[in-house]
Design a binder for this molecule. Structure first.
Ligand SMILES: Cc1cc2nc3c(=O)[nH]c(=O)nc-3n(C[C@H](O)[C@H](O)[C@H](O)COP(=O)(O)OP(=O)(O)OC[C@H]3O[C@@H](n4cnc5c(N)ncnc54)[C@H](O)[C@@H]3O)c2cc1C
Length: 216
C-alpha cells in the first residue's frame, strides 16, 4: 500500500483476505450440505497455491432499489436459471467488477439482503469461476489513462493505477458444482459476512490501504 500511496482500491490482497475470511468460517457454508464447506476450503487452497488474482462482484444492477431483486420490472440481475449434473447455470448481470481485466478468477458473492422465500432463492448463490469462462463478458468503463500523454509524469497516478471497473454479464454461464459455495440459500447470504467473520478481515485490509493514503 505504501508503494502505491494507498491508491490501489482493489489490489489482489483484498480478495485474498476476503476468501481467507470465508475459509476460516467454512463450516458455515456447509450447514445445509457439507460439500459447499469443502468447496470453499479447496478453492482457498487452490487460490493460495496458484497465487490467483481475483475480481469480485457483490451487487445487482441498479434498476429499482425500492423493490427486492425478485420483484424488479426488468429481469437483469444474475440468477440461477437451471441446475445440471455438471453444475449451476447463471444468467444476467452483476455490478461492479474492479480489476476484472487483470484477474484470473471472479468471486461472485451476495451482499444485499434477500427475502427468505422461493422467489428470491434463484438470486441466492455464491461461486468463483475463471474470468475466461464461456458466456462471461465484462463491459468495461473507459480507462482514465490519458492515451496521448507525453509522459507518465504528466499523469503520475492515473497513468499507473487505473484498475478498471466493469459490469459482469453472465450469458448462460455454467458454474461447476465444485466451484459453488452457496446454492439457493437466502439465509446463508444474509448472514454471510457476520457468520464467517470475513468482514473484519476485509476491513483490516481496507484500513491499511487508507492509512497509506497521503493525507492532504
Ligand atoms: C469505483 C467503484 C468500484 C467498485 N468496485 C466494486 C467491486 O469490485 N465489486 C463490487 O461488488 N462492487 C463494487 N463497487 C460497487 C459498490 O459496492 C456500490 O457502488 C455501492 O455498494 C453502492 O451501491 P450502488 O452503486 O448500487 O448504489 P445504490 O445502492 O443504487 O444507491 C444509490 C443511492 O440510492 C440510495 N438507496 C439505495 N437503495 C435504497 C433504498 N432501498 N431506499 C432508499 N434509498 C436507497 C443509496 O443510499 C444511494 O444514495 C464499486 C463501486 C465503485 C464506485
Amino acid at each position: 500500500m505504501d508503494a502505491t500511496c494507498g491508491m490501489f482500491g482493489r489490489s489482489p490482497d483484498f480478495l485474498n483476505v476476503m476468501l481467507t475470511g470465508f475459509a476460516i468460517g467454512a463450516d458455515e457454508f456447509g450447514r445445509r450440505d457439507p460439500k459447499f464447506a469443502e468447496n470453499v476450503r479447496k478453492y482457498h487452497a487452490f487460490a493460495r497455491d496458484a497465487d490467483l488474482c481475483m475480481t469480485h462482484t457483490l451487487l445487482n444492477p441498479q434498476v429499482d432499489r425500492s423493490k427486492p431483486v425478485e420483484a424488479q420490472d426488468k429481469d437483469l440481475a444474475a440468477r440461477i436459471v437451471r441446475e445440471t449434473d455438471a453444475g449451476v447455470v447463471i444468467n444476467g448481470a452483476r455490478m461492479v467488477s474492479t480489476l476484472c481485466a487483470f484477474s484470473d478468477d471472479i468471486l461472485v458473492m451476495p451482499s444485499t439482503f434477500l427475502a427468505t422465500n422461493e422467489a428470491a432463492a434463484p438470486y441466492a448463490f455464491g461461486f468463483s469461476i475463471p474470468v475466461a469462462t464461456a458466456g462471461l463478458k465484462f463491459i468495461c468503463r473507459p480507462s482514465v489513462v490519458h492515451q496521448n500523454a507525453g509522459s507518465a509524469m504528466d499523469y503520475p497516478l492515473s497513468s499507473r493505477l487505473d484498475e478498471g471497473d466493469a459490469l459482469a454479464v453472465f450469458d448462460n454461464v455454467l458454474v461447476p458444482w465444485d466451484r459453488v459455495f452457496i446454492h439457493r440459500d437466502p439465509e446463508m447470504c444474509n448472514g454471510l459476512y457476520s457468520r464467517t467473520g470475513a468482514m473484519p478481515q476485509v476491513m483490516h485490509q481496507t484500513t491499511t490501504k487508507n492509512l497509506a493514503k497521503p493525507s492532504s
